[in-house]
Ligand binder design. Structure first.
Ligand code: C2E
Ligand code: MG
Ligand code: MG
Ligand code: MG
Length: 282
């Protein structure tokens, strides 16, 4: 009897593990096919100077429309892509696509804001990432200061040689920003020792800055310290006018969120740019 139970237990776990790995393999295959069949696109969310209302940046965000299953959110497949290592080729595609789009916008006269691309820690474990970015920029014909890499605090915690890598990236001339700031454990004074240009205050802090005094104080402190340490401070996930008011009053420089614009297709963003904001030609 004990033997049977043992066997059942074994089978239960075995089936369960099979289930998980089958699902992962399926998803992995979908991901591969999605990349081959151009099911992925980038959308672009503008960032605004809170003082002048001008577009001062654009963040590229990946979008996946599966022919059968429809829209699949990045939060559902980016973690799997990271786990399987597929984020390395996918991330290269994203970087090149974003840079090609930025180059096209440069050629069209939209010439004074960078394009921000999210980069996962896993992508920096590829020893050729610096070389890839350098070569790719040259092939695309885009100046490095038009590319901004959004990294997370976990990069500093989980990558042994993170300081070296960040310095190498900086020497290429790209901009570096810390995404989702406040959700990890790094302090601004620690980041000051790294070649970081911008910090993005995480949406969770921006969400209830008005109604919860503590949250408001927290955001105010991050902005004050950030500005004093010469970082450009961006607030993400702005949805209301009250948030804009609070952030402007507290000298936050840049804002991004549905209040201004959702992420848009390249064509729609271009219309947005042509309607005035961000265009540098007369
Ligand atoms: P993130 O980089 O922090 O991007 C901000 C997320 O908040 C985006 O979600 C954006 O669409 C959403 N957002 C912006 N403004 C608002 C707002 O006012 N309200 C609300 N509710 N949401 C807002 P998305 O596109 O679903 O991406 C989620 C996360 O997935 C990103 O967080 C990023 O970590 C990751 N991700 C997206 N695209 C890429 C990519 O190309 N590469 C990598 N490695 N990660 C990506
Ligand atoms: Mg981001
Ligand atoms: Mg973010
Ligand atoms: Mg976030």
């Amino acid at each position: 009897q004990a033997k049977d139970r043992g066997k059942n237990t074994y089978q239960f776990y075995s089936n369960n593990l099979d289930g998980i790995s089958t699902w992962k393999m399926k998803m992995e295959n979908w991901l591969r096919r999605a990349m081959e069949q151009n099911q992925m696109t980038l959308h672009y969310q503008p960032q605004f100077d809170l003082g002048t209302g001008k577009i001062v940046g654009v963040e590229a965000l990946i979008r996946w429309y599966h022919p059968e299953y429809g829209y699949i959110a990045p939060s559902e497949f980016i973690p799997l892509a990271e786990e399987t290592g597929l984020i390395v080729p996918l991330g290269k595609w994203i970087l090149r696509e974003a840079c090609e789009q930025r180059k096209a916008w440069c050629d069209a006269g939209f010439s004074d804001f960078p394009i921000a691309v999210n980069v996962s820690v896993r992508q920096f474990q590829d020893e050729y990432i610096i070389e890839f970015i350098s070569d790719m920029l040259e092939e695309v014909g885009l100046e490095a200061n038009y590319l901004e890499l959004e990294i997370t605090e976990s990069l500093m915690q989980n990558l042994e040689n993170s300081t070296i890598i960040l310095n190498q990236l900086k020497s290429l001339g790209v901009l570096l920003s810390v995404d989702d700031f406040g959700t990890g454990y790094s302090s601004l004074s620690y980041l000051k020792h790294l070649p970081i240009d911008k910090i993005k205050i995480d949406k969770s802090f921006v969400d209830d800055i008005i109604y919860h005094t503590n949250q408001g104080m927290m955001v105010k402190t991050i902005i004050d310290m950030g500005v004093n340490l010469k970082f450009t401070v961006i607030a993400e996930g702005i949805e209301t006018e009250e948030q804009v008011k609070f952030l402007t009053q507290n000298a936050c420089q840049i804002g991004q969120g549905y209040y201004y614009s959702k992420p848009l297709s390249a064509e729609k963003l271009e219309k947005f740019l042509l309607e005035g904001k961000g265009h540098t030609q007369a």
